[in-house]
Ligand binder design. Structure first.
Ligand SMILES: [Zn+2]
Length: 278
């Protein structure tokens, strides 16, 4: 049921596929998706049903474009019309059309990944505060998955604390990769340790990886690569043992744009990590 609303809403970033949750290396977790994930992601928002007739859906893949983030993106040449033309009213209109009661706001690609440390830290903070203000201005309509100034670890740890302690964000939003690093890399271990300690909800969004831009002429990145990159980062989390570690504490992870390739590789992702550890 999630997909129906996501097809219209997630078009803002060009990816329109279901969310997929993995919190453990198990068949149950590999196939876990849908209402349990939404409930976890929604924090205090109650979702009694997803009836088509009433706006009761919770959209966990819904982007905003804060003024300072948008201005910065224009400066570096990221001026996709779908991003530039975002407005609060457009979000509300899309939610109405999709029967969405509550949308959890997250940063659009490339978030602040291309920026230097100071700018990434500042823009992430401003975007998160802007998102929180929207959540307060429209009670019950918006939640917040806070953006982190990754790949800067210390600054991201500070933003996790600010977002979850001060802003009371519903969770954290990250990309599937940071150039040449996927989420299971040891580089991100301090981030996962902190999210794990807090039992946080984590939303991941696909992004272009350094290795895989314009691989096939004429095919948009969103058509194949974003789904593939979600699979890469899920595999990275599983093979590194991160997913198992987070499962023990209770991190809920939401993966947008997981493709059928992930399901086809379920056995490999389920069995191979165990074989490799013996
Ligand atoms: Zn998106």
């Amino acid at each position: 049921m999630l997909d129906a609303s996501k097809r219209s809403l997630s078009a803002v970033c060009g990816c329109a596929s279901g969310s997929f949750a993995v919190t453990a290396v198990s068949r149950r977790a590999m196939l876990a998706c849908g209402t349990s994930v939404l409930a976890a992601a929604a924090g205090g928002f109650a979702a009694k049903s997803f009836a088509q007739s009433a706006p009761r859906r919770i959209d966990v893949h819904h982007h905003l474009a804060s003024p300072s983030w948008l201005q910065t993106m224009k400066l570096i040449g990221v001026d996709n019309p779908l991003i530039v033309n975002w407005s609060v009213q457009k979000s509300l209109n899309d939610m109405e059309a999709g029967g969405v009661a509550t949308a959890i706001l997250s940063g659009n690609v490339p978030q602040v990944r291309p920026l230097a440390k100071e700018a990434a830290t500042r823009i992430a903070r401003e975007s998160n505060e802007y998102a929180k203000q929207l959540a307060m201005d429209y009670p019950g309509r918006f939640g917040v998955f806070a953006m982190l100034p990754l790949p800067y670890i210390d600054e991201s740890l500070r933003e996790i604390a600010y977002a979850l302690d001060t802003l009371k964000a519903d969770g954290i939003g990250v990309l599937t990769n940071y150039g040449d690093k996927w989420l299971g890399y040891s580089y991100f271990e301090p981030i996962w340790d902190e999210l794990n300690r807090r039992k946080a909800t984590v939303h991941t969004h696909p992004a272009d990886a350094n290795c895989c831009v314009n691989l096939v002429q004429g095919i948009p990145q969103t058509a194949v690569e974003w789904g593939a990159d979600t699979t890469r980062t899920i595999a990275s989390l599983i093979f590194s043992g991160t997913s198992q570690k987070c499962r023990d504490k209770g991190v809920d992870a939401i993966f947008d744009a997981a493709d059928r390739n992930l399901v086809n590789r379920e056995n490999a992702l389920h069995i191979l990590p165990r074989l490799n550890s013996t």
